[in-house]
Design a protein around this ligand. Structure first.
Ligand code: DX5
Ligand code: ZN
Length: 224
């Protein structure tokens, strides 16, 4: 599994988003993680399709969109048009209709993923990974979604281990509190896609942090 290091642009200077995106790519980011929040599914409001569309004019990078919204299906068409690459919705918001949702994400040329909040059992996403039309990524939240800069929840690593054992080739992403001091726990549990906001943007040398995150994922894979 390729390591994908995804700086969370939520911690960037939104007033200079294009410059910040360019800087992250130059410093070694594989993906740019875009946190889309609707002020309803989570108690915070961030960006939507218009901002993705503006950013897309300035970068060719993979835009890894994390939808913390109550009605993700409303965002499929606008985000596809805006140039989103990955579309990761929350299972808690989509229990009844994830099959149609995955289908529509794929048919619009985006890569479907499913995210789960800390309180949601990992078993709830098995059927989405095993479906005829499956998700291609599972995002295990390691904080309560809504804000950057929170503390990593190590107890979520059981979910990552379970998923990695069951699905050796799946993209498993972790999000929340990741940085040099927590990456080894996530990487050794089997995560290969790493979202990091405050640890990257808050560092004097963000490129070094990106490098440390990648090395940890690569070393864990060599040891397995
Ligand atoms: C939180 C978001 C994260 C957040 C991570 O709800 O999903 O992507 O930006 O920020 P850090 O890495 O600072 O915990
Ligand atoms: Zn996120």
């Amino acid at each position: 599994m390729a390591a994908k290091i995804a700086p969370s642009m939520l911690s960037s200077d939104f007033a200079n988003l294009a410059t910040e995106a360019e800087r992250m790519v130059r410093l070694g980011a594989d993906w740019l993680h875009m946190d889309i929040m609707d002020g309803h599914f989570v108690p915070n409001l961030t960006i939507g399709a218009p901002v993705i569309e503006s950013l897309r004019k300035h970068t060719k990078a993979y835009l890894d969109c994390h939808l913390m919204v109550t009605n993700p299906s409303d965002y499929v068409e606008p985000l596809a048009k805006a140039g989103a690459s990955g579309f990761t919705f929350h299972i808690e918001a989509t229990k009844e209709y994830w099959q149609e949702l995955i289908q529509s994400i794929k048919s619009r040329g985006m890569r479907p993923g499913v995210a789960l909040k800390p309180g949601t059992p990992v078993e709830e996403v098995f059927s989405l990974v095993e479906a005829e039309n499956p998700v291609e990524l599972v995002l295990v939240m390691t904080v309560e979604p809504g804000f950057g800069g929170q503390k990593f929840m190590p107890e979520m690593m059981d979910k990552v281990r379970t998923l990695r054992k069951k699905y050796p080739a799946l993209d498993i992403e972790v999000d929340g509190g990741l940085g040099p001091s927590t990456i080894d726990a996530a990487a050794s549990a089997g995560a290969n896609c790493i979202v990091a906001g405050s640890s990257v943007f808050g560092a004097p040398e963000p490129g070094q942090v990106i490098h440390i995150l990648r090395k940890s994922v690569e070393q864990s894979q060599e040891n397995n």
